[in-house]
Design a protein around this ligand. Sequence first.
Ligand code: NAD
Ligand code: DAU
Length: 344
Amino acid sequence: MTQPVALEHVVVTGGAGFIGSAFTRNYLAWHPSARVTVIDKLTYAGNLQNLAPVDGDGRYRFVQADICDYDAVAPVLAGADAVVNFAAESHVDRSILDPDVFVRTNVLGVNALLRAATGAGVRRFLQVSTDEVYGHVGEGATPEDAPLKPRNPYSASKAGAELLAWSYFSNFTLPVLVTRGENTIGPYQYPEKATPLFITNALDDQPLPIYGQGEAVRHYLYVDDHAAAIDLVLHQGVPGEAYNIGADEAINTVALAERILDLLGKPRSLMRFVPDRPGHDYRYNLDCTKLEGLGWRRRYDFARTLEATVVWYRTHQDWWRAIKSGEYQDYYRRQYGAALAGAR
Ligand code: NAD
Ligand code: DAU
């Protein structure tokens, strides 16, 4: 294990999104002398309310900018100790409807950031990646040196970003680290992903759309555990290395929907089976031995993770009701309209 590196000024890109905002809120609490500058474009998924808990903190600053815009981000990175890049288009279904913006932000945007970080001479550049870069895993657990076999435009763009980041490590000695996290849930997650979608639909007695037979398996990680793992890798990980971040229990979509309906006291008849996601990865499963070697232990098991998430959405309805109007309705109709009309 390396000695922890001291990082006083951290730039968090995509910090107004789900995991980036959790990281920012926690980072300021975990590191009392640190400063965080968030850069975010505020796309449909970015929301300054996610950062409201730190808004009055003098150690926090927000800059609205697009990571593709080198001229806008380079001056913000000047003098920073580290960059943690969460900024991305993050939803698989949207990447199947409209891949172009995924390549733009997730590949070209990361290139602009890597260039700016190299110019600024930062001490750490952490690229937040995903277990999806490994593609569908039929059996066993995936270690970090497994081949990358992404199977949808989102995961392909994330794999492209990783490869670019490694090239900056090799060519420009930028101290790059990569984390590959599993499905993350918790407060402030945009209600397009399965868990917050199912919870908020159930609260409104609306159908829960389940792709195919609902047999696809995921592991659900609590967002604060994901943030803590990124913090650990940022300070104690070895540059040039990738680290898996995984959760404990394998859950398929039907089981996820049933657990949510039970927690909310809603009938299972709200489940609706709709046509499968094209190219659906039916299983991911990470080997997290390397991260555990740095001392990481998750604090939330699946039951506690889901319960805390359900409670948050039940008690923060203003937050998600404001989102589930406008653009969200257009997306929902496009993604689910015909499928739900013909569902069983
Ligand atoms: P999110 O969609 O909630 O947030 C993404 C944020 O990035 C938003 O605030 C958005 O405004 C911002 N953004 C998008 N394009 C931008 C651009 N061009 N310039 C600046 N900002 C931009 O995503 P999330 O779920 O919080 O995921 C964060 C990161 O973690 C992503 O890189 C994602 O690939 C990765 N990840 C997510 C999960 C998960 O389950 N959610 C799991 C593993 C890894
Ligand atoms: O695995 C990490 C990835 O997890 C992250 O990199 C992505 O950013 C994040 O979006 C997430 O991707 P998934 O595609 O696994 O998550 P999603 O919540 O979209 O879907 C979870 C499972 O539920 C998956 O098997 C598809 C299924 N599903 C999803 C939706 C939205 C449904 O059955 N119905 C749905 O309406």
